[in-house]
Design a protein. Structure first.
Length: 440
């Protein structure tokens, strides 16, 4: 069986390697970036993702995968083509489908045999129909049987390989039952256990993807609002969240208060969903409010922190990625918070993150900052410490050393990294989001 994946990014690479590792398929990954394709073919994994680098080396050694920039060579005769190109956010929040359109027209131009097209890119309702139209309008072989299926990904950064091999559900959107069943069989060759497979219409599948991420964003926005309330009236968001999440109808996932949601999916998909709903005349007001709430939560944190730091002070920041176990800085709440804080004072930021290996970051080029390779090195001249991402290295740091290492005596724990019994330890004041005085 021959599979071609278009796009060697996070979703495309994970999908390619998991299919290749199954032993039932030979995979060609078409990547437009020549440098990236060469690195992958050399066995260098560009993503910090558990198990992905080992899979890459194993599949290359077995000859189960190759990476190329040659579109005609990759697309001519596969049995399946997986489209995993980006659909980034435009200025009005809608999804930019230009890469998807280019990939579709390329398939139409070069495909020389009947095949099943599987869209993994996140697309708004109606996107599958557009892809089919672009393929058929560009085809040079109208007699070919080409089925277009939408099967969204539900991969979490930090556990993508496990999520692909042991999914919570598989969603397949297609109007052709036989094509949907072929795709279901393709997945089954990779999975180690029985998994719920939902075969439905393309529009339903498209909505399932957007609605899933949107609902997670709603949970995060709600618990952060609740955390500010808890801090104001003397509650403890940790206990409240546990009590709420113990209800199986709600669940504990995404009920941890923090500096806001971020990453490559939730912010983009919330805005795309709201833009689409407005376009068709059915605005999702609760989702629009979640986006506003997320921003206001970050502004509230910035105001609270700025009140505790001299306007010429130094702020130590631990954690820069949008969550732990990934190197992804896209839509990072930490980056957003640093930028907001810079509006309140002429601060310098001492930054530690285990994935950052340069002293300066382009994302913060207009802001005074220095990145360090050890967390303790950020503390010497710091007035305050912000804990923003619960990396294992941060959680394991001996917090009883803070008083000795840091000039200032104030810590804001915004990710519940440390379990401190009281509001002070050795003269250092610890403030935890949603606990005690840190309210709205």
């Amino acid at each position: 069986m021959k599979i071609t994946t278009i796009g060697g990014g996070y979703v495309g690479l994970t999908t390619s390697l998991c299919f290749a590792a199954s032993g039932s398929a030979v995979v060609t990954c078409l990547e437009a970036n020549d440098s990236l394709a060469r690195r992958l073919q050399s066995g260098i994994c560009p993503l910090q993702e558990p198990k992905l680098d080992q899979l890459l080396l194993q599949c290359l050694a077995k000859g189960a995968i190759e990476f190329t920039t040659q579109a005609q060579e990759a697309v001519t005769d596969p049995d399946y083509i997986v489209i995993a190109v980006g659909t980034p956010e435009t200025e009005d929040g809608s999804a930019d489908l230009s890469q998807l359109k280019n990939a579709s027209e390329m398939i139409g131009k070069y495909l020389r045999k009947s095949a099943t097209i599987i869209i993994k890119s996140t697309i708004p309702p109606g996107g599958t129909r557009k892809v089919a139209g672009w393929i058929f309008s560009a085809t040079l072989r109208p007699e070919l049987k080409v089925d277009v299926v939408y099967s969204p990904e539900f991969l979490r950064e930090g556990s993508a390989v496990d999520d692909f091999l042991n999914p919570t559900r598989i969603v397949i959107g297609c109007d052709n039952t036989h094509a949907a069943e072929r795709v279901a069989s393709l997945y089954k060759m990779c999975h180690t256990a029985d998994t719920s497979i939902i075969i439905t219409s393309p529009v339903n599948a498209e909505l399932i993807k957007y609605a899933s991420n949107s609902f997670l964003a709603l949970k995060v926005a709600f618990v952060n609002d609740l955390a500010r309330l808890c801090g104001t009236i003397g509650g403890d968001i940790r206990t409240v969240s546990r009590g709420i999440g113990s209800d199986p109808r709600i669940g504990l996932d995404f009920l941890a208060a923090g500096p806001g949601y971020g990453g490559s999916c939730l912010p983009k998909d919330v805005r795309a969903m709201t833009a689409f709903s407005r376009e068709v005349g059915v605005p999702l007001s609760i989702l629009e409010q979640a986006d506003r709430s997320n921003l206001e939560h970050q502004r509230w944190i910035a105001r609270s922190v700025s009140e505790a730091v001299p306007c010429q002070g130094t702020i130590s920041v631990w954690g820069l990625t949008f969550k732990s176990n990934t190197a992804d800085l896209r839509n990072s709440p930490s980056i957003a918070l640093i930028k907001l804080l810079s509006e309140y004072g002429n601060y310098h930021f001492n930054i530690y993150d285990p994935t950052v290996h340069s002293q300066q970051l382009a994302l913060l080029e207009t802001i005074s900052h220095t990145c360090f390779s050890r967390p303790e090195d950020t503390l010497e001249n710091a007035n305050i410490l912000l804990l923003l991402v619960s990396w294992p290295e941060i959680k394991a740091f001996p917090h009883d050393q803070i008083a000795m290492l840091m000039r200032g005596k104030s810590v804001f724990d915004l990710c519940d990294a440390w379990d401190i019994a009281g509001p002070e330890l050795d003269g250092v004041r610890f403030r935890k989001l949603g606990v005690g005085e840190m309210g709205s």
